[in-house]
Design a protein around this ligand. Structure first.
Ligand code: ADP
Length: 317
């Protein structure tokens, strides 16, 4: 059988949430085109409200798209919904484990739901891979938060899907567990599983992903291999506190400036193109006296700003 070039493809994908009594109509995805290469570890990044969960819920069949085309493992979700869904395992954001099942039972039930024949079940293998063998027969309510989360990953893998989707997998997870989870994810990827993960931690994506898409306000603002994206985000901030209060950040030729609390402002520069030295020279040339200076690494927000600068996006206050 021919394998698809793309594990997931979305074309002109739109999702509009209808207005309610208390909220206006909301276009959460505004015509998203996204192609996730087979075999990649793909990071879907964006701030809260960007549309990441909406996208994943559409893939998982939990949310109906308004228009556009989605293919999972080459299977159109409108034409072949069951086949499409069989190709993905989704680890949801929220821990939703049944307290009355043991991990072993939980995996068996899940496998049953997916119609995996007993002879093909991999319950013990999954328990071992996720470090849950010695808790196989404990009640789920006796597991730690980290164990529950690993159980969620195991549940998503019972039908051996070629694509695993992790929605904010490490939110609220401690560092050690994060490492464990990542090493399992990397191992799965080595075995050929395409991994899609959403996160708003840039470091996480930076460490793990080979392909990255950045979504902002329902639009894809970048989608490329990590290496080329990182070259685009070689920005740093210099935070300047002027000696005398100023009404607004100065306009500095060649630099973006943004207001910070207490009369300070941040100047963003590109490490390959200029230096802190040049930023400070520009500040002085604008007639400002400097009381204090600090430098900071780029945040995801800086990445967005550098990628969406000049668009209709306003800078956050
Ligand atoms: P993210 O996962 O990137 O934080 P979401 O997909 O959850 O973003 O949300 C995208 C936008 O859609 C947000 O403005 C959010 O308020 C809105 N939204 C999400 N779910 C619903 C819903 N069920 N009904 C109405 N609006 C929603």
């Amino acid at each position: 059988m021919d394998l698809p070039d793309y594990a997931i493809e979305a074309k002109a994908l739109v999702k509009t949430y209808a207005a309610t009594k208390t909220t206006p109509e909301m276009q959460a995805l505004k015509g998203v085109d996204l192609s996730i290469p087979r075999g990649s570890i793909f990071g879907l990044l964006g701030p809260n409200g960007a549309g990441k969960s909406t996208f994943i819920n559409i893939l998982a069949g939990l949310c109906r798209k308004t228009s556009g085309v989605v293919r999972i493992w080459g299977r159109d979700i409108d034409e072949r919904p069951r086949d499409a869904r069989a190709a993905i395992g989704v680890v949801p954001q929220e821990i939703a484990a049944d307290p009355f099942f043991t991990p072993r039972e939980s995996l068996e039930v899940q496998a049953g739901m997916y119609g995996v024949p007993r002879a093909e079940r991999r319950t013990d293998e999954l328990l071992a891979a996720l470090g849950l063998s010695d808790k196989a027969n404990a009640y789920v309510r006796q597991l730690s938060g980290g164990m529950k989360r690993r159980l969620m990953v195991a549940k998503a893998m019972v039908h051996n899907p070629p694509v695993l989707i992790l929605d904010e997998p490490t939110a609220g997870v401690d560092v050690e567990l994060r490492r464990q989870l990542w090493s399992y994810v990397v191992e799965l990827n080595r075995k050929g599983v395409t991994i899609v993960l959403t996160t708003h931690y840039l470091e996480e994506a930076q460490e793990l992903c080979d392909q990255i898409a950045i979504v902002n306000r329902g639009e894809v603002v970048a989608c490329e291999p990590k290496a080329s994206l990182l070259q685009r985000i070689d920005t740093r901030n210099v935070v300047v506190t002027p000696a005398e209060p100023i009404a607004a950040p100065p306009n500095l030729a060649g630099f973006e400036t943004r207001a910070r609390p207490e009369g300070a402002f941040a100047v963003t520069y590109r490490t390959g193109q200029s230096s802190v030295e040049q930023v400070l020279a520009a500040v002085r040339a604008a007639g400002l006296h400097i009381a204090d200076v600090a430098t900071e690494d780029p945040s995801l927000e800086d990445v967005f700003l550098s990628l969406t600068y000049g668009a209709e996006n306003e800078a956050p206050a």
